[in-house]
Design a protein around this ligand. Sequence first.
Ligand SMILES: Nc1ncnc2c1ncn2[C@@H]1O[C@H](COP(=O)(O)OP(=O)(O)O)[C@@H](O)[C@H]1O
Ligand SMILES: O=C(O)C1=C[C@@H](OP(=O)(O)O)[C@@H](O)[C@H](O)C1
Ligand SMILES: [Mg+2]
Length: 185
Amino acid sequence: MNSVIPLRERNIAFIGFMGVGKTTIGELVANKLVRDFIDIDKEIENEYQMPTSEIFKTIGEKAFRKKERDYVEKFCQKRLQVISLGGGAFLQEEIRNICLSTCIIFFLDISWERWKERLNLIIDSRPVLQGRNLEEIEELFHKRREIYSIHNSKFTTDNLDAEEIADYITDSLKLAWELYEPQVD
Ligand SMILES: Nc1ncnc2c1ncn2[C@@H]1O[C@H](COP(=O)(O)OP(=O)(O)O)[C@@H](O)[C@H]1O
Ligand SMILES: O=C(O)C1=C[C@@H](OP(=O)(O)O)[C@@H](O)[C@H](O)C1
Ligand SMILES: [Mg+2]
C-alpha cells in the first residue's frame, strides 16, 4: 500500500515512549502543515468522557488496547492526517502494519537520563508507570525501544524544546517531499 499512497498524502504518525512528546509535537507539526491532528488517547478519552487512568480502571487495559486498534484503523483510512499514538499502541502488530502501510512513521527518541527528569510530570496520568519502581520503568523503556526501531525516521529529542523539534520535522518532511515528489509548476 505504501507504493500507492503518494508521499505527500501519507499520514504522519508519531511513536515513542510515554512522555517523549508525541502529543505535544504531533499537534505542533499538524499546525505547521495545516493538517488535522489526531491523538489516539484523546479520541478514547472523549469516547469514555474520562482520563486514560480512569479508563484503565473502568474497562481494563485489554479493552483500551482494542480501542487503540479501532481508532488507528479508523484514522489511517484517511489521508493527510497527523496522528500521535499512545506509547503502547505500537506493540500491537496490527497497528504496526496499518501504520507502515499508510503513514510516515516518526520515532521520537530520548535518552534515559533526560527522560527520567520528566517522570514527575507524567506519572499521575500514565497508568502503565504506576506501581513500578524506577528500575522497572527503565527496563520497560529499553524493551519498548526495540519495538520503536521499526520506523521511517527517528528524531532524538534531548535538549530541544517542542517547537524546535516540530520545526525540524516539518522542514525534513518538506525536503523529502520536494526530493521524492517534486511539485511541477
Ligand atoms: N521537547 C520537550 N522538552 C521538554 N518537555 C517536553 C518536550 N516535549 C514534551 N514535553 C513535556 O513532556 C510532557 C509529556 O508530553 P506529551 O506530549 O504528553 O508526551 P507523550 O504524548 O509522548 O506522552 C508534557 O508535560 C510536555 O509539555
Ligand atoms: O505506553 C503506554 O502503554 C501508554 C501510553 C500513553 O500514551 P502516551 O505515550 O502519549 O503517554 C497512553 O496511551 C496509556 O497511558 C498507555
Ligand atoms: Mg500522548
